[in-house]
Design a protein around this ligand. Sequence first.
Ligand code: MLT
Ligand code: MN
Ligand code: ZN
Length: 296
Amino acid sequence: MRIVILGTGAGGGLPQWNCGCPNCKAARAGRIPSMTQSSIAVSANGTDWALVNASPDLRVQMQAVPALAPAELRGSPIRSVLVTNGDIDHVAGLLTLREGQRFDLFATPAIHGVLADNPMLGALDPRLVARRDVALDQPFDLAPGLSAELFAVPGKVPLYLEGEAVETEVMGEQTVGVELTANGRRVLYVPGCATVPDWLRQRASGADALLFDGTLWTDDEMVRAGLGAKTGRRMGHVPVSGEGGSLGAFDAVPLSRRIYVHLNNSNPLVDPDSPERARAEAAGWQIGHDGMEIVP
Ligand code: MLT
Ligand code: MN
Ligand code: ZN
């Protein structure tokens, strides 16, 4: 199995267009690496690829990965796209894939419902782009030699569908994790998750890699930095540090590799020289970066 992290950033990326926080300034100045928005590409054979999530930065992300270039006059090695929720950072890139290319679009029925409600996505010709419903907890073929299984994780509906009251730890079809298996390897990809329940620790145990939600270091870091009014948990993202944080939650879980993805621009982990990064690395975590290759 080969995985390429196309984008390591959360919604907005790094730098975010309207943000002047220290990290965004440092990224603009080239002092720390920039990040495009959340997506990975996966292949079992190096020839046929699946995208898991399609970010608004998809066009530029694909340009950086030679394996994703067409081998023929018109074509693409991308056989399928799977989306793990309906968030804009995970689906807006579908509009980049509208130029008459055949692929399968996999999602839960609930997420397909959200996509079907958006008339702009009708630009994906239904004769070419098959929208395939995926039931939770049922393995399916995502690409040749590559199996995937979706599982519900605590989360919420997309931000643009939030009503007055929002439940942030709903288990259902709106926010899922993916277990990828190929050639005897097993990788979990969970870019959005509101808490780390015991069953998730057990499910992840023994995996060849876990790519996990690293949106925020501290639950209230955006509030304290004056960047917003919401905590991570309110946004459906468990923080890395602190009580109930993912660093501690996965501490005793055996994993060959553990990698943070979906990092918000406010997160001190995006600075390679931060003490927070040193702490996460000392606990066995790697911090994802755009273009990072994982061969589990
Ligand atoms: C999230 O991960 O919380 C969303 O991507 C936020 C957004 O839609 O910008
Ligand atoms: Mn997101
Ligand atoms: Zn910023």
